[in-house]
Design a protein around this ligand. Structure first.
Ligand code: PRX
Length: 656
């Protein structure tokens, strides 16, 4: 199976209208309705968002102004006072949803737990009080380094409740990656667990926190709160480390939500860019609450009877927006799963669908391709008839995988929403609305109401239908990132200066290439910068290169993404060694392990090629484009006239 190519996509002309029974019961049940809403939002974006903010969310104080736009800085619902934890919890307690399941959790060794809205509210309030007791104040940043357990969501909501921005760090990141993120954010408290279950192993999270903090290497951290999950023995440093259950036992469940300014920071989430240093994407409160709420409601067509399951990890934006905040703000039932398929239980995801009668299932193309490999007998042996809607996110989906998802998982009756968005956008930007938009396999279709996207050239001029260009967003939207934490200049440079502004029109540049077909549908082709997409995880080539060159044997490293059937891309590294080192298998393994230590297992190079020299331009820039071709085993395409030494290519081709 292959990744989508421009040719295959241009030939893709299958069209799947929403099934009529789905459309009849949907919130937005026709293209006419979508167009009506879209046009209304386009004509008066501020009026559109204000009306929704008024009707969908609870505010402590109303805003004075909907939008203050000083490109590239936006403020939404200026001077409005709101708390997202209140909108996700308290307001449901006065309705019948009080005893509705908010979170259903299925844990790895067969554990499970359901928290109703009332129970979740209680635990969030207790933790918020614990955080306060540990000295966390409004504005202090809390690092969350957790497995996929309800306490991760509880910790996030507890932070939001007292106005302490969280910085969730994916539990698969290494101690070193954790440390750099804690230092950058000057986190005061770290919430973690003794460990997490992953396949047949346990991941020692607390030990990684200890390593990150040792020798005062993250001096801002005053306390560590530890959830007991695996029961494995961990070191507890007196005065610094505390057990979650101990402090919870003595904590009051009374903790009113702090009225936050709409523009107060809700969280930082680090993501990879084109430099070695991940950037802290900053999201604020009111606009993010509104946008994740409305996109969850309309795109998932959420009903009170739904059991909604997003398979992402809470350590990524998908987990933030579409496991925790969006669904809970709507009073939905959100399922969290700690497991992954492994040889002993390859059909475990379908068991979960059957066990809980999941109605909406949202996952990534890389997972779908892995399901295909595992075989369709696994889903076929389970009852998946509860499913009514399927979703995908994280990378372009190849039409073959889309069709398999449609037939084998969706039984040809479930619409598929292919949602294109990013850590930076906070919520869905391009997506079908399942009762309205006819879908095409491989296309994220059309923008969500209120979003204006276009495919342009570097001058900001729209390109013709079916030609490639840069995907941009032309009007601010409520959940757009506000800045890069501590580096506003990087925010400007990365997102707002690539495409020349046209008069007072500023373009948000997403980093993706795309084309629009003659029906106006968008086809996202993937990153056009030095960012890789490995199993739907975003990784900077420079980030992996920096990790490699920090090894004493490495003189120079160039990293590229190589197409992979299941992962989309894997990490391929070209390395030149320092004089006193020789290439060997042992060194190759050592370097792979070094990357795991510096970043985490997701960045482990699949292949390392040792070489005497790397292809460079006369000005000394590594020509990654050529290396991408070489890694993929393709002919070197395009212009090579700027290459300084042409013999380098032949040597690399012959593996030297
Ligand atoms: O390249 C696009 C790809 O994922 C990038 C964003 O990665 P991240 O911030 O980690 O967020 C992932 C989850 C929202 C984008 O720049 N991407 C995401 N969704 C799609 C996609 N590419 C094509 N189609 C999608 N549906």
């Amino acid at each position: 199976m292959s990744q989508p190519t421009i040719e295959s996509i241009l030939q893709e002309n299958r069209l799947f209208p929403p099934p009529s029974d789905f459309a009849e019961n949907a919130m937005i049940g026709s293209m006419e309705k979508y167009k009506e809403i879209y046009d209304k939002a386009k004509a008066d974006p501020e009026g559109f968002w204000a009306e929704l903010a008024e009707s969908e969310l609870d505010w402590f104080e109303k805003w004075d102004r909907v939008l203050d736009w000083q490109p590239p800085h936006a403020k939404w619902f200026v001077n409005g006072k709101i708390n997202i934890s209140y909108n996700c919890l308290d307001r449901h307690l006065t309705t019948w949803r009080k005893n509705k399941a908010a979170l259903i959790w299925e844990g790895e060794p067969g554990d499970s737990r359901t928290l109703t809205y009332a129970q979740l509210h209680r635990e969030v309030c207790q933790m918020a009080n614990v955080f306060k007791q540990l000295g966390v104040k409004k504005g202090d940043i809390v690092g969350i380094y957790m497995p996929m357990i309800p306490e991760a969501a509880i910790a996030m909501l507890a932070c939001a409740r007292i106005g302490a921005p969280h910085s969730v760090i994916f539990g698969g990141f290494s101690a070193e990656a954790l440390r750099t993120r804690l230092v950058d954010a000057e986190a005061k408290l770290v919430v973690t667990a003794d460990g997490g279950f992953r396949k047949d192993k346990t991941i020692p999270l607390k030990a990684a926190v200890d390593e990150a903090l040792q020798d005062n290497h993250a001096p801002s951290v005053e306390n560590v709160l530890v959830v007991q999950r695996t029961q494995e023995k961990v070191q507890m440093e007196p005065g610094r480390d505390h057990w979650w259950h101990d402090l919870q036992a003595g904590a009051s469940a009374d903790c009113p939500a702090e009225p936050m300014d709409s523009e107060d920071m809700l969280f930082i989430l680090y993501t990879s860019g084109t430099t070695g240093k991940p950037k802290g994407v900053v999201h604020t409160t009111g606009g993010y609450n509104l946008y994740t709420h409305v996109t969850s409601k309309w795109t998932f067509d959420l009903k009170d009877t739904d059991v909604y399951w997003c398979t992402a990890d809470v350590g990524w934006i998908t987990g933030h927006s579409y496991i925790v905040y969006g669904p809970l703000s709507n009073g939905a039932t959100s399922l969290m799963y700690e497991g992954v398929p492994r040889p002993a239980n390859p059909g475990c995801l379908w068991d979960v669908v059957e066990k809980y009668g999941v109605t909406i299932f949202y996952t990534a193309p890389t997972a779908i391709r892995a399901f295909i490999k595992l075989g369709e007998h696994l889903p076929k042996a389970r009852d998946l008839s509860s499913l009514r809607l399927l979703g995908t996110v994280g990378e372009p989906i190849n039409p073959e995988a889309w069709m398999w998802y449609h037939k084998v998982i969706g039984g040809e009756r479930c619409p598929i929403i292919d949602t294109w968005w990013q850590t930076e956008t906070g919520g869905f930007m391009l997506t079908p609305l399942p009762g309205a938009t006819p879908t095409k396999p491989g296309s994220a279709t059309l923008p969500f109401p209120g979003i204006i996207t276009e495919v342009v050239d570097l001058e900001g001029k729209p390109v013709k239908a079916n030609s490639g260009g840069y995907l941009v967003v032309k009007h601010p939207w409520p959940s757009m990132m506000r800045t890069v934490y501590g580096d506003d200049d990087r925010f400007r440079r990365t997102y707002w200066e690539h495409i020349s502004p046209q008069g007072d029109q500023h373009f948000y540049f997403a980093g993706d290439g795309a084309r629009q077909d003659s029906d106006g549908y968008f086809w996202v082709m993937g990153r056009v910068d030095d960012v890789m997409n490995v199993s739907g995880h975003r990784l900077g080539t420079m980030e992996v290169e920096s990790a490699l060159v920090s090894h004493p044997a490495v003189a120079e490293a160039a990293v590229v993404g190589r197409p992979d059937e299941v992962k989309g891309e894997d990490v391929y590294a070209f390395i030149t060694l320092e004089g006193e080192y020789d290439a060997s298998e042992a060194l190759e393994n050592d370097l792979k392990q070094h990357v795991v230590k510096e970043i985490g297992a997701i960045a482990r190079p699949a292949a390392i090629q040792f070489t005497d020299s790397l292809p460079k331009t006369r000005s000394g820039k590594i020509m990654r484009r050529l290396l991408r071709n070489l890694a993929a085993g393709q002919e070197v395409a395009g212009d090579t006239s700027t290459l300084e030494d042409r013999s380098v290519l032949d040597k690399l081709r012959s593996g030297a």
